[in-house]
Write a protein that binds this ligand. Structure first.
Ligand SMILES: [Zn+2]
Length: 138
């Protein structure tokens, strides 16, 4: 299931499972479907918190750059989790929800500046920018 995404063809409205980063055509009507705007099926969690943050419900643009620059989901999840619980205190639900928004916002902005290979090789750089972004998003 990795790197695959379920989308609804914008022409015939039928479901397709396509691989990200590959040229694909609709299995039903042959319409080209990568690089255009699609309706992503809402229960597919893969990419991107970007869509959620910017309030785009249901429609995303499959942009190769955004997708390839993402960190693995598990890594992003760990970053956000440790960001939320950075001070080690037990917090109420409201705090966690608010803090999560800030952490996700900071992570999105940081990913724009720090590629995954930079993240792995120059962790201090990530940490510096991530802290700055937390201040901005707060
Ligand atoms: Zn189609």
């Amino acid at each position: 299931m990795k790197n695959k995404i379920e989308i609804i063809c914008h022409k015939c409205s039928k479901d397709n499972t396509v691989k990200l980063f590959e040229q694909s055509n609709c299995k039903h009507c042959e319409e080209e479907i990568i690089g255009k705007k699609y309706i992503r099926k809402p229960w597919i969690l893969i990419p991107t918190t970007l869509a959620v943050l910017s309030g785009v419900a249901g429609g995303i643009y499959i942009d190769e750059k955004i997708e390839t620059d993402r960190y693995p989901i598990s890594i992003e999840h760990s970053i956000v989790e440790s960001c939320i619980h950075a001070d080690g205190k037990v917090r109420n639900k409201k705090y966690v929800i608010e803090k999560k928004e800030i952490c996700v916002c900071a992570l999105e902005n940081t990913i724009d500046e720090i590629s995954y290979s930079e993240f792995k090789n120059e962790n201090y750089k990530f940490t510096t920018i991530f802290s700055q972004q937390i201040a901005k998003c707060d």
